[in-house]
Design a protein around this ligand. Sequence first.
Ligand SMILES: [Fe+2]
Ligand SMILES: [Fe+2]
Length: 214
Amino acid sequence: MPTIEQARSWYPDTDPVHGFDHVLRVYRLAERLATVEDADLEIVRAAVLLHDAQGSRSAGGDHTGRRVHHHAAADFARQVLEAEGWPEARIAAVQHCILSHRFRDDSEQPQTLEAQILFDADKLDAIGAIGVARAIAYAARDGQPAFSQPSEHFLNTGEKEPGEGHSSYHEFLFKLQKLKERMYTPNGRMLAEERNRFMSEFYHRLQAELRGDR
Ligand SMILES: [Fe+2]
Ligand SMILES: [Fe+2]
């Protein structure tokens, strides 16, 4: 079983969005969900530690690696687990978790309880207080503000007008507030709804402060 210490070396220290801190938070959440749902903890833990181990965004701001990072991480997981002598069926189970965790690629959906737990825990880390912090860090890295007023067109269609920026609030409207509807486990759904309430309250408050109302 790969250890947390071993996994640390697979991730960049400098990535505020998909670095090892993210993996540790997902690990704690996934353990919690796995215990409640009575899932196979060893599969869940290995899948969490390996799920983003390859294809982090490069320093130059290149997104291409991220688009296929679940495939690269699944290949890497096979190498690591084969070297540890894991049986084929359990390696395949970990790979299925990793291959189905990417929100933007629904070609392989999480079929097993363990894959559903990785998916839920990974998405939970994008909402709530940590979700706000990550969304703002992500926006800042792309030179975008925490908040800019979305155009009517964006509010109605989710598509930006020419020249319209993508603030962290745009990301909240476009993707983050919808994650709660994608949860698979009952506990994941409950946590997601609570985190989403906090997040939308944060953006209401932020707008009020920006107007000088609070
Ligand atoms: Fe990922
Ligand atoms: Fe992740």
